[in-house]
Design a protein around this ligand. Structure first.
Ligand code: ATP
Ligand code: MG
Length: 584
């Protein structure tokens, strides 16, 4: 399927990655590491690279985080501020007896204390784990139990609603630190006052040596395909966070960068906390949830220059209409990027219509820790493609041979599993307590991603689908993404999800679920029109045979369409783990 090409926008900023091929040839992870400082006594620590390094240099007073409160409050934190506050938090943790490698959890929503807690935890050799604040008590309990949470930072409201009832079952948990609301001290039995502790702590802290292989982060996957897994990441990952932010997101120190992801998901940590800080720029952190009008206002008022968001948000903005975007001016905005799900070509092009800039899709996973495949600022975009592998990353399309061995597929456009050669710094080191599940992800040197893809003759990678979602129909293997992208081309379609449904003749037939844009009503005529459009674009064999309208598709809280749930519901099967389902 051809979705055309979009020429790279003209930019006044010199791109960090110029010529892809020559950059790739000259790249080495050693050289990438040399862009960071390392701890004075040896070793590497995320917090040192993110804030202390800047706080002792020319960028000390530069705004690192500009926080926008839900109700309109604004707070700014310089690199010096973050360095001192996180030193205080590290001293607090030490005072509370946190041992190296023990887990500090945060359940706070996007408030400044979350960022301080992350940095302070890394300084104190702890392991940081954030939980999305919209989780209910059970998913919270399960994730805290897996990680043996020692210390929890949360707010008064979240504690009352979600922790109080499960606390007794969290046997590893020693202390709960509460961030009081509206400036008031919390009054909750059995908890400590975060602010009081911080005020009493010393604002200097010498980071003890941390090794590149020391565990620093625990991140749970989105749970799109099954039970969420706790991926372990190490301090040395910061090398890859830094360099991928610089190359794939084209981060420059003078940028105002907005990563809209919540730190409860890996994007919100790797590119919401770490990469922007190591690159020395100003990050926007918005406490509020998605709201199209508010987001347009932020992009304009905060003079955002680089914006990193997700397909689900883009689709919601598309639903609200391009006029909202066109009514505003954003002279600083120069680079738009997206991750988390396939980005339909229609959405890439909508960027140009609404913002005068295309969205740059990139691909990665909780397990990979950082961006692996990207559409770079210096390259033309092929809408619908994930782009090319980052320098330092070797990606291949592989197929299992009949004897179970792995075969690398060199023929352009052949489909197979996307595999990555092990060895980049931010690769996960384990699924916590699940060694067997971890082992199964590898074949020799190759990490198997569980996603199917193809590579075209020019080296661009195209997402086909998750292995679990691929549809077998009339002797063909069909990825849902291509079918969904074609449906998205129709002006009435806001979201589409496609599944395979058992069929005696075709093995599976393609069924799609569609949510409509504002101003369109479901009905027989529109259903016929959409099916006809898909047949015309895809050909009769792979065209969907059934179509059902929905108000909204079931999505994870990080905004991914849960096709497995569409399928389970369609077939009347058990729904499986729905802990990350939006609205649950
Ligand atoms: P789980 O592993 O628990 O089922 P998940 O895979 O959704 O959940 P994440 O690690 O958050 O958890 O998401 C990574 C997955 O998201 C990728 O494997 C891929 O399927 C999808 N993805 C991410 N970015 C893209 C992209 N640009 N294009 C297509 N798919 C993407
Ligand atoms: Mg996954």
């Amino acid at each position: 399927m051809d979705f055309g090409t979009i020429a790279k926008p003209i930019s006044e900023v010199a791109h960090n990655l110029g010529d892809y091929e020559s950059f790739r040839r000259s790249f080495s992870w050693e050289a990438a590491r040399a862009e960071l400082q390392g701890l004075p006594g040896g070793g590497i620590n995320i917090a040192h690279e993110a804030v202390d390094r800047h706080a002792s240099g020319a960028r000390a007073g530069h705004v690192a985080i500009r926080w926008l409160g839900r109700q309109g409050a604004v707070e700014e934190y310089s690199y010096r501020d973050l360095s001192r506050l996180s030193a205080r938090f590290a001293n607090v943790l030490r005072g509370l007896g946190l041992a190296k490698g023990e887990r500090v959890y945060a359940l706070t929503g996007r408030i400044p204390e979350l960022y301080v807690a992350a940095l302070g935890t890394w300084k104190a050799q702890g392991v940081f784990c954030t939980l999305f604040s919209a989780f209910g008590p059970e998913p919270i309990r399960a994730r805290m139990a897996i990680g043996e949470a020692r210390i929890l930072v949360t707010t008064e409201t979240l504690y009352r609603k979600k922790i109080a009832g499960i606390r007794a079952s969290l046997t590893a948990l020693r202390h709960v630190l509460i961030v009081g609301e509206d400036g008031k001290a919390p009054e909750l039995e059995g908890t400590l006052d975060y602010r009081r502790l911080l005020e009493a702590a010393h604002d200097q802290f010498t980071i003890p040596p941390t090794d590149a292989e020391d565990m620093a982060l625990l991140h749970f996957t989105s749970g799109t395909t099954g039970t969420p897994k706790g991926a372990v990441h190490v301090h040395g990952a910061v090398i890859a966070h830094h360099i991928t932010g610089k190359l794939a997101l084209d981060l420059h120190a003078q940028d105002i960068f907005w990563c809209t992801a919540d730190p409860g998901w890996v994007t919100g940590t790797s590119y919401g906390i770490i990469a922007p800080l190591t690159n020395g720029l100003t990050s926007i952190v918005d406490e509020a949830d998605f709201d199209a009008e508010r987001w347009h206002e932020i992009l304009e008022r905060e003079r955002v220059s680089v914006w990193y968001t997700a397909p689900t948000a883009i689709r919601m903005m598309m639903k609200a209409g391009a006029d909202l975007a066109r009514a505003r001016t954003r002279p600083a905005l120069r680079f738009l990027a997206s991750v988390g799900e396939p980005l339909n070509p229609e959405a890439v092009r909508w960027g140009v219509e609404a913002f005068g800039l295309p969205f740059h899709d990139n691909w990665w996973q909780t397990e990979t820790g950082g961006i692996m495949i990207a559409n770079f600022a210096s390259m033309d975009i092929r809408p619908g493609s994930m782009g090319k592998p980052l320098p330092g990353i070797e990606a291949a399309i592989v197929q299992a041979g009949s004897d179970g061995s792995l075969r690398i597929v060199d023929t352009p456009n052949s489909e197979g599993e996307l595999a990555l050669k092990s060895g980049w710094p931010c690769m996960f080191r384990a699924y916590l307590h699940e060694p067997e599940r971890y082992r199964k992800c590898f074949s020799g040197d190759w990490y198997l991603t569980g996603d199917l893809a193809r590579r075209d003759a020019d080296g661009y990678f195209w997402f086909v689908g998750r292995k679990d979602d691929v549809i077998k129909t009339s002797g063909h293997l069909i990825g849902p993404f291509e079918v969904e992208s074609v449906l998205m081309e129709h002006p009435a379609v806001a979201e589409a999800g496609v599944i395979g449904k058992p069929d005696p003749m075709a093995m599976e037939l393609i069924k799609c679920f569609v949510a409509l844009k504002k101003g369109f009503e479901p009905g027989e005529a529109l259903k016929k029109e959409l099916l006809a459009h898909a047949r015309k674009r895809l050909g009769a064999v792979v065209a969907p045979k059934e179509l059902e309208f929905m108000d909204n598709l079931p999505k994870t809280r990080s905004g991914k369409v849960m096709r497995r749930l569409l399928k389970a519901r369609e077939l009347g099967l058990p729904e499986g783990d729905t802990s990350t389902l939006e609205g649950s």
